[in-house]
Design a protein around this ligand. Structure first.
Ligand code: PLP
Length: 388
């Protein structure tokens, strides 16, 4: 059977073989509880701390500034709820953007129901935040600003270093969701100037169900998992040792490969964008033309539905994604595209290809052959296209 062409690396990545190898001993041979004082437990503790060092090194953090979580969603929840509860007496105002992942947006909704006020900053046609808008939105009650490092749907990279200066001057904590950037482009906490940063292992060729929150030394945060004393009392629960070991290895490998891989993917990405634009009429690139993730190709095809394209491409062995997620029952267009001012009908025709470690030149050739054919077929059946 022909190998499927997987172009949905932003949804998840396969674990690298080296990562799986690094995890295996901790299921069986070194299965001890890291909190146990005998040697099998202490060996597991050693693995957790070694992994912490590797993930911390990837983002330029100190060893004790990293808390392991169950993934990006938990890291985002921890940052928002942790700051909200720690700083309640100072204020109840949070600033974020309407293009964040649902892990942030739903947490904001939860906090809004409990008396917090959230300002959603505008974004421009590329999904870019204007740092001046951040400055204007700050009030005496602002306790947290959160802007994602790069958007998961359209790939736009946000001007975090400029925003963090504004946050620092105002004495407001600054969080970023760096789930799509860590291990792919530099995400150094000191260069970005962030106090809190969320990471997820399964986006950087690590296992699913593990991630981390970077917490700058001195940042006050209330824990929301209560129980044992793990993670310096910041996140209770027996550590997921095999996954943490795999996360550490993935972070180490990502640090070694990052710049070369980013260059390789940028070339493939641009070949795909240009090739699609040359072969298909009425197509639009979503997101910033240059300040975008090296692996992201988000496009909108007029007169066709993203879901239909995605399902037809699946039949041809190509895995892609729509803003509203192929698997989801919701037919609402992407909240990200709508916030960028893309008209609803147009937003329905969006499709995302995200490239990764196993994407080859031949894969791009195949996509450039199949996609124009699929779009042609769907448009031939589209009353909107015929009646234009
Ligand atoms: N934040 C962003 C930007 C994401 O893309 C994702 C996952 O798609 C998450 C958070 C959630 O991460 P996790 O799947 O590890 O919970």
């Amino acid at each position: 059977m022909k190998r499927a062409i997987y172009l949905d690396y932003a949804a998840t990545t396969p674990a690298r073989p080296e990562v799986v190898e690094a995890m295996l001993p901790y299921f069986t041979e070194v299965f001890g509880n890291p909190s146990s004082i005998y040697s099998c437990g202490q060996e597991a503790r050693g693995a957790v701390e070694e992994a912490r060092g590797k993930v911390a090194a990837l983002i330029g953090a100190g060893h004790d500034e990293l808390v392991f979580t169950s993934g990006g969603t938990e890291a985002d929840n921890f940052a928002f709820k942790g700051v909200a509860h720690a700083r309640e007496s100072k204020g109840n105002h949070i600033i974020t953007t309407p293009i964040e992942h649902h892990a942030v947006l739903e947490t904001c909704k939860f906090l809004e129901k409990r008396g917090f006020q959230v300002t959603y900053l505008p974004v421009d046609q590329y999904g870019m935040v204007d740092p001046d808008d951040v400055r204007k939105a700050i009030t005496s009650k602002t306790i947290l600003i959160s802007v994602m490092h790069a958007n998961n749907e359209v790939g736009t990279i946000e001007p975090l270093a400029e925003i963090s200066k504004i946050a620092r001057e105002a004495g407001v904590y600054f969080h970023t969701d760096a789930v799509q950037t860590t291990g792919h482009i530099p995400a150094n906490v000191n260069e970005l100037g962030v106090d809190l940063l969320s990471i997820s292992a399964h986006k950087l060729y690590g296992p699913k169900g593990v991630g981390a929150l970077y917490i700058r030394k001195g940042t006050r945060l209330v824990s929301f998992m209560h129980g044992g004393e793990q993670e310096s009392r910041r996140r209770a629960g027996t550590e997921n040792v095999p996954s943490i070991a795999g996360f550490g290895r993935a972070a180490e490998l990502a640090g070694q490969d990052m710049s070369e891989e980013a260059q390789r993917l940028t070339l493939l990405r641009d070949r795909l964008i240009n090739g699609l634009s040359e072969r298909i009429e009425s197509i639009h690139l979503n997101g910033h033309p240059t300040k975008r993730l090296p692996n992201n190709v988000s496009v909108t095809f007029d007169f066709v539905e993203g879901e239909s394209i995605c399902l037809n491409l699946d039949l041809e062995g190509i895995c892609s994604s729509t803003g509203s997620a192929c698997s989801s029952s919701s037919l609402e267009p992407s909240h990200v595209l709508l916030a960028m001012g893309v008209p609803r009908e147009q937003a329905h025709g969006s499709l995302r290809f995200t490239l990764g470690k196993w994407t080859t030149d031949e894969d791009i050739d195949s996509v450039l052959e199949v996609v124009p054919r699929v779009i042609g077929k769907l448009r031939a059946m589209s009353p909107l296209f015929k009646g234009r």
